[in-house]
Ligand binder design. Structure first.
Ligand code: CU
Ligand code: CU
Length: 320
């Protein structure tokens, strides 16, 4: 028989118990996440047939890059405004508690701005340019999402999803110089979803080739931002019910069994959808406000056994 002396056995047991307690009690170590973006005044394509538009962007795309950190992390941010640009730009993270006149102030062409903040509130938040005229800087494309994952991780109240997708909606004003129209809500002709009209809707746009995908029964989590200039969004999954809605993306603000949820301008919420597990189905995720739906705010989600396993994971949570 292999017997350890009793005192040694107790010692080993206490050490491993101590390590276990330390492991459980230790929160995820907060880290510093460096984020750098370059303001670009560049042409983008705003629909599936290739229509070009003189955008203002972060890093060249509408929306800008997805920023993802964990609650408690420090975001160390740099905004570069190259001297080839004509306009001042800025960065306003809705996840930051700072000084609007300091951190969020305008950066002239040829200048660079650096600031940091601690992401103390979990959830999903819009970021955008706040340079004057703000309506124009947002309408021309300077916005995006910052996801702050809760430091507690997943739980019964906030289950681990099988797939995650970012959807960001905004109003398209074809006259990029019409600041008054943007402010007064005149002249918008399209709803952009992640930068394109009917981006993921082959049903209403023959030129569309992309859809969101999942397998039957999977939990699909949608991080949704309303980057419209003036209009709230009536967010609804046709042929489905939101299993959970996390207001502002915070698991402490959870609603259950919701048909349509009103997302105000400049906010973001998180939505869980679970399709029937025993057969393939489709959802159309819409802004049920008809003026927006019929201008492009319809997204098809296909729940099928041969769903692309890469979609809704890693870098593919925002499909370009
Ligand atoms: Cu700007
Ligand atoms: Cu804002």
């Amino acid at each position: 028989m292999n017997k350890k002396p009793l005192s040694t056995a107790i010692k080993y047991k206490s050490v491993s118990l101590l390590m276990l307690v330390l492991f459980i009690a230790e929160p995820i170590a907060a880290k510093t996440v460096k984020v750098s973006m370059t303001a670009k005044e560049n042409t983008v394509v705003i629909d599936n047939k290739g229509t070009e538009y003189p955008a203002w962007t972060y890093d060249g795309t509408i929306p800008g890059p997805v920023v993802r950190v964990t609650e408690g992390d420090t975001v160390d941010f740099t905004l570069i405004n190259p001297d080839t640009n004509k306009n001042s730009h800025s960065m306003d993270f809705h996840a930051a508690v700072v000084d609007v006149l300091k951190e969020f102030s305008e950066v002239k062409p040829g200048e660079t701005k650096h600031f940091s903040f601690v992401a103390n509130h979990p959830g999903v938040f819009m970021y955008h340019c706040g340079a004057a005229t703000m309506a124009q800087h947002i309408a021309r494309g300077m916005y995006g999402i910052i996801i702050v994952d809760p430091k507690e991780g997943y739980s019964a109240a906030y289950p681990k999803p099988d797939r995650e997708y970012v959807l960001i909606q905004s109003q398209y004003f074809p006259n990029a110089e019409d600041k008054d129209g943007m402010i007064e809500n005149r002249g918008w002709t399209g709803s952009l979803i992640n930068g394109k009209i009917f981006h993921y809707d082959p049903v209403h746009d023959e030129n569309a080739s992309l859809t969101l995908q999942s397998k039957p029964g999977e939990r699909v989590r949608i991080f949704f931002v309303n980057a419209n200039i003036n209009n709230p969004v009536a967010f609804h999954p046709i042929a489905g019910i939101w299993d959970k809605v996390y207001i502002n993306g915070n698991p402490k603000n959870t609603l259950t069994g919701i048909q349509t949820y009103n997302v105000s301008v400049a906010t973001a919420d998180t939505f869980d959808l679970v399709s029937p597990a025993d057969h393939p189905t489709n959802n159309a995720i819409v802004d049920h406000t008809m003026s927006a739906a019929m201008r492009g705010a319809i997204t098809v989600l296909m729940n099928m056994p041969d769903a692309d396993s890469k979609l809704g994971k890693g870098d593919n949570i925002l499909i370009r």
